[in-house]
Write a protein that binds this ligand. Sequence first.
Ligand code: C2E
Ligand code: MG
Ligand code: MG
Ligand code: MG
Length: 295
Amino acid sequence: KAKTEGFNKYVFYSPLYKENITRKNEIEALLRKADFSKDFELVFQPQFELPGERLIGAEALLRWKSAEHGYIPPSVFVPVAEEIDFISRIGKWVLVQAVEQIVLWNKTYGTQLKMGVNISPRQLSEDDFFMTLKTLITDSRVNTAWIDAEITENLMIEENSKVKPIFDLLEELNISVSIDDFGSGYSSLGYLNKYRFDRIKIDKSLVDNLLLPGGSGVEVVRAIIRLAEAVGKTTIAEGVESHEQLRILNKLGCRQVQGFLLGKPVRAEDFARNFIERDLEAAAQKALRTAGRCP
Ligand code: C2E
Ligand code: MG
Ligand code: MG
Ligand code: MG
């Protein structure tokens, strides 16, 4: 117990990594000798439907506590892992854990939540990605409708002939695809009808801009939501931190939200207690009230 608490502490309160390790080589060495099952952990951040804020799923986010340097955030180690061709090994571990978790929640609570898993562009274009996925699906008996592949926008712009067929295969497997960090980089709208996908994740930077004076940030998000609707995609806003942002997103017709305001990424047990159980309880209460009104 003490050990797991120590892990949590590192996960959220150790800002010293920047001074401790800045060099790619050091991270590479640490990654190569990492003991995945001991040093890695997934945390889960809730995603909610608008309006009404029913729980619809979670995004699995990877946490790494290296033995020597403590907590190192994904923004630091994921790019290194991609560069040294190590991301697929990590990505496989993440997929297995995330799928295991969503199956477990279904067994325990009867929920049909979606598990968002971040898939690195590198991982996606790896030759055995699809086989690994198929094996995992067979072994875990997961309902593939519970898996959502979050793929970052930057991938779409790269000319990668391997990618389009992967999108088609994901659809064949009934795994949904979200375009992550939409609007964060050099967006090219061309991919909106080139690839098959389901959902646009409006980047946190655009959600932050909702509060810009003058309202230009609101217009940008409004335009994205309209565009998404027009091409038949769902929208989810990420990084929602304030009630004012939530209010605006509701008004603009954004379909889903995720952010610290509604829930931070937490470990599986806490996710179940804080979000799944609470959501089921709220739904039951509401059903009771409705039944009471029209007996
Ligand atoms: P992302 O996929 O866009 O994930 C959202 C990030 O925003 C997460 O950071 C999350 O903790 C953070 N976040 C969510 N809501 C809020 C909010 O309201 N305010 C603020 N300030 N932040 C919020 P995290 O966990 O540090 O992950 C950063 C990035 O690292 C992710 O961005 C994703 O690109 C990558 N990543 C994380 N886990 C994995 C993984 O398992 N595989 C791969 N390939 N990449 C991962
Ligand atoms: Mg993501
Ligand atoms: Mg994102
Ligand atoms: Mg992001």
